[in-house]
Design a protein. Sequence first.
Length: 618
Amino acid sequence: MITFDTLRLQEALQQAATTLAHSRPPAAPWPGQLPSSPMAVAAATSALFLADTEWKSAEDTLRRLGHQGLEWLAHHVNGDGGWGDTPRSFSNLGATALAWAAFGLAPPQNHLFAGTIQAAERWICQKAGNTAPAILVPMIRNHFRGDLALAAGVLMTCALAGRLGSDIRAWRHVPALPFERGAVPPEWWSTARLPGASWAMSLLLAAGQARHHNLADGCFATRLARECFRASTLRRIEALQAEDGSFQASPWLTALTTIGLLAAGYGRHPVTEKGIRYLVAQARPDGSWPIVANHEVWLTAQAVQVSTAPALGAHRLPALNELNILRRWLLARQQREDAEGLRQPTAGWPATSHPGAAPDTLSTAESLLALRALGDPGPEVIQAVLSGVNWLLAAQNRDGGLPPFRRGWRQPAREHSGAEETALALRAWLAWLHVLPPDQQHRVQSSIHHAIHFLMEEQRQDGAWFSRHFGNQYAHQEENLTLGTAGVLLALPELVARSYFELVEPLNSGVLWLVKNQNSDGSWGGGHGGPPSVEETSLAVEALAEALLQPGPLLLETREQVRNAAAWGANWLVRQVEGGKWTIPAPLGLQWGQFWYYDDLWPALGVTRALAKMARLV
């Protein structure tokens, strides 16, 4: 049997908890820190240069910020000459092509970056075979997995920079998006067969208008119809814009949408001007931008659950006034929505408190769990819980699973349920089932049965679950089976304890998959034998510890293997904390299922959760 030193474990736990506590400003949430994104920097820099040219401003603010962005890109280029979604990500065609276009839009005197541009062109030639549009354009479209709106945003910027040709014919390579369909009410988008993600609707409309304005496509009737819909779809973009000028609280999405508006002839429209002001306000001191503003709601909800864990010790539990501050802050972040098919009000939580962000499943479920951990469910909390539970009910897909956002988050005509999101929603429903009125309890219990069926159908034959929210650059097809499997396993022991015995076999299969895919040093990566990370090892240890805290469903031989694997993983985490290099996050997140990211808070959050759960076993 593998054992661990309980004293060393407690010391590592206290160090991780201290790091987590110090990352929170006084009387405020946990903001976290997302990395600067080459994709966002390239898009924002391009928008600033285009706006400066359009406005012919005497001030140098836009030019200065644009030049700082180019300097940041030059200093953060990968060794192979390309760029990834983060400074720690592998180079990819989408980020590199967008950065290549940004340098092409710079004023002529920016010849200092000639070496960087040449290196980028060499990388593109190695990846695509050539920089000729006939070869490069299909590769960029394939990179975005068939999402024409995202591909159009990059190709539109390349066309404006002269990377696809020096005349108007360059716009032939930009997809002619059916932007006129966006004029229909949002509730009809699911049937409008729009060729892009619903969260990127502003980009679809702006890029579609830009293509039509520069090179109209189709027969005379089609061109005339699209011309007639320009004003109404511009109003739709205006309605999608948040009060701070952003779209989805994302500098990257805001920049590309603004580029589309500038290219469509709306250089002096208020939406364009607000978008540029937002980019100027969001620029970091080093001249960079993140892909989205932050994930402070999602992170704070998780940190609240960790900080109120008894295993940290009474001296670390937040004071009563701190609990009240966090409770009020979470309640204030809830957003109300009108859900189809439900008579009750629905309200979910977005990942960030910035205006314009849409509620999502992970943040809503984590916030419900955080409110449960904070205790004292007064009338205001109960009302928020009822609305949050309804939001999750409305989000559930017909297959029983829950998507990362509301139904139709990727492409409105398709459902993309996620195992992690479904498992987390199950935990949230179970946490508040006892306070729900009878009719809502019945709905939740019915949804639980559907969700369980989905999880059983989604489990692979080897016992693992696939993650839609996380990936791993080193794993096969960049899938992260470790985080997907561990995320689901956190929900199964309690479900089995509540007599959902059909989950006994999936639970045993899942924990055995984690045991079999543990590295020889006790750590976990994204799959078998992959490079380890603190985040993946932490969640795997937490999931195994959760199974051991309710060991009834585990077979006897499985129980011993799980105990050894959990102790082995905890030992690895303790060694990382003692070694002092454990706070560097890994790029495992997938923003909108597309773009890699990480957060500086992840290691402290994961290690504290895992070791606190292990401390309960001692």
